[in-house]
Design a protein around this ligand. Structure first.
Ligand SMILES: [Zn+2]
Length: 236
């Protein structure tokens, strides 16, 4: 089933949003939460579904992938649609809900097969935030892929790399909508890491990853430590 949400999007104030947001996974069910199930439930569709639609059409740049390889990133998905396919195959739920700390933007909850996005964004009418949610989703889906509930410095590097690849494309395509945006999910989240990975300031990137993830193990299954990860925890 395909529903074109362009009219709905316009009525809700997404004035500059040109993507034809389509129902990818089911029927529109207005509710306070988004529950992503390919067969039945998609709630609060007009935020999450657009974010998923943006992700589904996302193609990375090979130059960007090369740039991130300098920092030990091993891309977990080749494009956005691979991430969406994983979510469908594993029947992963995506909800707007409380996160474990208020400054967390999104998190993968392995025990519940669920990605939680900070509920403060559930009614956003800010397209920049919708793109940021899209970039956060690929980070969390990258965590979900190995299905082991364990993370590590290297796994975070790989997952951060995915959201940086995604956000770099969104920002290049739509520079105006991000230019004056100070939303935390953008400035302290996806834009911050994109700037660090693409800014050629290795020390700043190391400091940030060390600050946020330095107490994690160096590596985890399917995420063997790169030299860059070793550098972060001072092993080389
Ligand atoms: Zn992570």
């Amino acid at each position: 089933m395909n529903i074109n949400f362009s009219a709905d999007v316009r009525n809700n104030g997404f004035l500059s949003f040109e993507t034809k947001a389509r129902t990818l996974y089911g029927a529109f069910v207005p509710a306070s939460k988004v529950f992503f199930n390919p067969d039945v439930y998609v709630r609060n569709l007009n935020v999450l579904q657009i974010a998923l639609d943006c992700l589904n059409h996302l193609q990375f740049s090979s130059d960007d992938i090369k740039q991130l390889a300098k920092y030990g990133v091993s891309p977990i998905f080749k494009n956005g649609s691979q991430a969406i396919k994983l979510a469908k195959k594993r029947n992963i739920s995506i909800v707007f809900d409380k996160v474990s700390k208020p400054d967390i933007h999104a998190q993968w909850v392995h025990s519940k097969n669920t990605i939680v996005i900070n509920e403060k964004y559930k009614n956003t009418r800010n397209m920049a935030e919708v793109y940021a949610i899209s970039a956060a989703l690929i980070h969390e889906l990258a965590h979900a892929k190995d299905n082991d509930g364990i993370t590590s410095v290297q796994e975070e590097i790989n997952c951060l790399g995915m959201n940086a690849l995604a956000f770099n494309i969104f920002r290049k395509k739509h520079p105006k909508i991000f230019s004056a945006n100070s939303s935390p999910i953008i400035k302290d989240g996806v834009a911050l890491y994109t700037d660090l990975f693409f800014g050629n300031n290795e020390n700043a990137l190391i400091d940030r990853i060390k600050l946020k993830y330095g107490d994690l193990p160096l590596e985890s299954p399917n995420h063997s430590a790169s030299d860059f990860a070793k550098k972060i925890i001072g092993k080389i």
